[in-house]
Design a binder for this molecule. Structure first.
Ligand code: BGC
Length: 797
């Protein structure tokens, strides 16, 4: 591979060339300058690096922020702890080798906004707040890749403006189970949505000349014992569900880097897996960038480098020692280390730091806030709207219940959190939109929340979960007074989660007893007055709704909408924005319906070792026994009716779908499907059209149908129509045949449906595949050690 680096082209010297060369020889007989990165050929820079310098380049500078729990820090050389910070609060840096012109790069979280310290040292005259954009799950619910790309452009401009080289985002693991602690950082239960939305964000961010790191590759679907967990999974489920989104993002957007995850897959740490990082990611998918570990991830530094994991972050003294020892005893070859180093150097060459890009640390916060607000409104999902409860008529008096009406949860905790200058609450948003919200109720909540906040223990560390304040229980008198005075009740229910722990069923997936009582009382008081009750869900993930939804006249799923959330909620409730979001993740009727939910997040292995610290964890295992039947692939194939299905979302208008027309009755190479969508209702709106395909019965079990493409219309005025066109290729239709190690598209009749949700088919037609096609060939990679007993599709009736 290094021949391509030298850039040397052998030619016969001319006479003039010989004269010049002899002159050069005279010069180079003097002690010469060491080769400089970017000026000298990369091969020469590589050759000039000492072995110790090479090791420095593949091990980060360390990360020892104040307040980080001592027990979680790896043993280190105390000298390591003096890491000079370029951007305080950034997650890590790479080493510089000044004599060769190699600068240090700065890497920073995270998926919803740049995560850095807002105050530097003692100086509070200047602040360094970043924009908190809506969380990933909300962005995916917009199903709007153009919008997500715009978010990326704004987001990336902050990355660049703060002097950061690589953003540690987007997160794009699959929502396998509603309790996954980091689901808010991820997009969807479906890889086509996750992959395309991630690709749009990556393109937007990288258009600023900064890098991204798609993470966590792969299977960080739970936080339980995350550094010691083994996920047992079939090759087919891996390829079709868990890796496909990454593959789409790599192909469409070429992220500069990929971050390997903490867990093992079928016994091997992802960061130590040549199958995953070299055979699949690089050789099969053609990834050209760098792979880094998650922070302190994996156990065997030389094995990580051998696997193709080029950069160990944040870097520890122990890793440096292990690599040096492996170089001496032959467990790591210089050629291997060189290929890791070359990828680090290529990343440096791309970076804004290397290019000398100037930065002000003053991003365009105002403009970016407007982007965050617009995006938040686009990804909110209207789940219920009985008798046109919404939109609310302008200027009405709204009685606001629920702590999170006043204290909006902008995003989740951990590295996905953002240090923002402010968060617009729903109370503030509604007031700014002209609704009346300031009364006795507002005062009662404000006093209560201030008093309760003062009692909260100080957050122990970055990864500690957000403390919860119990819901206020309003007195009967207050409820009566509000029900008489206000035009409508609005109750917000909030949930927070984050890295380091998964969610619980009781009091998290389900409502707490206090929340249930509050909803019951508010509904009784307002319904008795003939007034409506609106519930706003300020959550990062799925909650149980079937048991309580009938008490609400309307339900808006606002997700965790970022710092402008209150304005965006008001935009949707007031009808300034017609909701157009749809669920990218199923809301089941009950947790008991989640496939193998009782086995989530896994079990401790009896022989396992490790610490009881839940972050580091003990050896554990989680079997992905539902195989490919994840999310709607399960619910729809096994006919388990969810509370709200994948793809569901209402609007203030209605749409009609014209016939679905195919470019040909038989797929040859590719096929286009097009249809015209018309706004048949009274107000302007946008529709998300989803294209599902049901495959014929072949050798392999197939889900009832799978999403193959999606598109969102522009804002259509009443009566206006738009034609949408989708492309399908044989590869899009293929399933992974493990026995043949190949992607195969069966012959037969395929049904294609244009749908408003995974259960709401509007138009359907069929096409043929004349002959089975192998669209890609592979080999056994990441196979389970022992065969996994997986869920099988029900026998056809
Ligand atoms: C998280 C990553 C994050 C990294 C750096 C880890 O704990 O899992 O998502 O990018 O820390 O902060």
């Amino acid at each position: 591979m290094f021949s391509s680096l030298s850039g040397a082209v052998k030619k016969q010297p001319t006479l003039l060339g010989l004269i010049v060369l002899s002159g050069l020889a005279a010069c180079t007989s003097q002690p010469s300058e060491p080769p400089q990165l970017g000026q000298a050929p990369l091969q020469d820079v590589l050759a000039a690096l000492t072995p110790a310098e090479k090791v420095q380049l593949v091990v980060g500078m360390g990360f020892y922020p104040s307040g980080f729990p001592e027990g979680l820090l790896p043993p280190g050389n105390p000298g390591d702890r003096q890491v000079p910070e370029k951007v305080p609060g950034a997650a890590g840096r790479t080493h510089s080798i000044a004599r060769l012109g190699i600068p240090s790069l700065t890497l920073s979280d995270g998926p919803a906004g740049v995560r850095i310290d807002p105050i530097r040292g003692q100086d509070s005259t200047k602040t360094y707040y970043a924009t908190a954009f809506p969380v990933a799950t909300l962005l995916a619910s917009s199903w709007d890749t153009t919008l997500v790309r715009q978010v990326g452009v704004a987001f990336g401009s902050e990355v660049r403006n703060f002097g950061i080289d690589v953003l540690l985002a987007p997160g794009m693991n699959i929502h396998r189970n509603p309790l996954g602690g980091r689901n808010f950082e991820y997009y969807s239960e479906d890889p086509v949505v996750a992959g395309n939305v991630a690709a749009a964000l990556v393109k937007g961010i990288q258009s600023n000349g900064v890098g991204t790191s798609i993470k966590h590759f792969a299977l960080n679907n739970q936080e339980f014992n995350r550094m010691k967990l083994n996920s047992a999974v079939s090759e087919r489920a891996l390829r079709e569900v868990y890796l496909k989104g990454f593959q789409i993002a790599v192909k469409k957007a070429e992220p500069w880097t990929v971050m390997s995850s903490y867990n093992r897959i079928n016994g091997t740490y992802t960061s130590e897996s040549p199958d995953l990082l070299t055979a699949l990611l690089r050789q099969e998918w053609g990834f050209k960038g760098l792979v880094m570990t998650d922070w302190y991830g994996g156990q065997d530094a030389p094995a990580q480098l051998r696997a193709g994991n080029d950069l160990l972050m944040p870097g520890t003294y122990a890793q440096t020692q292990a690599i040096q020892a492996a170089l001496k005893n032959g467990q790591l070859t210089t050629a291997q280390l060189d290929s890791n180093v070359v990828r680090v150097l290529r990343l440096v060459l791309q970076s804004p730091t290397f290019k000398g890009v100037k930065y002000t640390s003053q991003p365009a916060l105002k403009a970016d806030a407007a982007v965050a607000r617009a995006a938040a409104a686009e990804g909110m999902v209207l789940l219920r709207n009985e008798a046109n409860t919404l939109p609310l008529a302008a200027g009405r008096q709204v009685a606001l219940f629920g702590n999170t009406s006043y204290n909006l949860i902008a995003g989740g905790t951990g590295s996905g959190d953002v240090n923002r200058a402010y968060t617009v609450s729903i109370a503030q948003g509604l007031a700014a939109a002209g609704f009346t919200v300031n009364g006795a109720l507002n005062q009662t909540y404000t006093q209560y929340l201030n008093a309760e906040k003062a009692k909260l223990p100080k957050k122990k560390n970055l990864l500690a979960p957000a403390p919860i304040i119990a819901e206020l229980a309003p007195t009967a008198a207050l409820l009566q007074q509000q029900a008489k005075a206000a035009a409508v009740a609005l109750l917000t229910l909030g949930r927070s989660a984050g890295e380091g722990g998964d969610r619980q069923v009781a009091n998290d997936f389900t409502l707490t007893a206090t929340e249930q009582a509050l909803l019951k009382q508010v509904a009784a008081a307002f319904h008795a007055q003939g007034k409506k009750v609106v519930v706003v869900l300020n959550v990062g993930g799925v909650v149980e709704m079937a048991s309580w939804r009938n008490q609400a006249d309307a339900i808006l799923l606002a997700w965790q909408p970022g710092q402008e959330g209150g304005h965006a909620v008001a935009d949707v409730l007031g009808g300034k924005v017609n909701p157009s979001g749809k669920l990218a993740t199923t809301f089941p009727m009950a947790y008991a319906d989640v496939p193998y939910g009782s086995e989530f997040p896994g079990k401790l292995l009896p022989s396992g070792t490790g610490t009881s610290n839940s972050l580091m964890g003990k050896d554990s295992e989680n079997s992905y026994r539902e195989g490919i039947f994840v999310g709607y692939r399960f619910y729809n194939t096994f006919k388990v009716k969810p509370a709200y299905e994948f793809g569901y979302g209402q609007s203030y208008t209605t749409f009609t779908y014209g016939p679905l027309q195919l470019s040909a009755p038989t797929l040859q190479g590719q096929l286009t499907a097009s249809l015209t969508v018309t706004n048949a209702g009274p107000v302007a709106g946008k529709e998300v059209v989803q294209l599902y395909v049901s495959a014929p019965k072949g050798v392999l079990d197939k889900p009832e149908s799978e999403l193959k493409a999606f598109a969102k219309t522009t804002l259509l005025a009443p009566g206006q129509a738009q034609t949408l066109t989708f492309t399908l290729t044989a590869a899009d239709l293929a399933s992974y045949d493990t026995t043949a190690s190949a992607w195969v598209t069966d012959a037969g009749t395929y049904t294609v449906r244009a749908s408003a949700s995974s259960l709401a088919t509007k138009q359907r037609t069929t096409f043929q595949v004349a002959q089975a096609v192998t669209t890609a060939k592979s080999r056994h990679l990441l196979a389970p050690k022992t065969p996994l007993a997986e869920l099988k599709a029900p026998a056809a009736k």
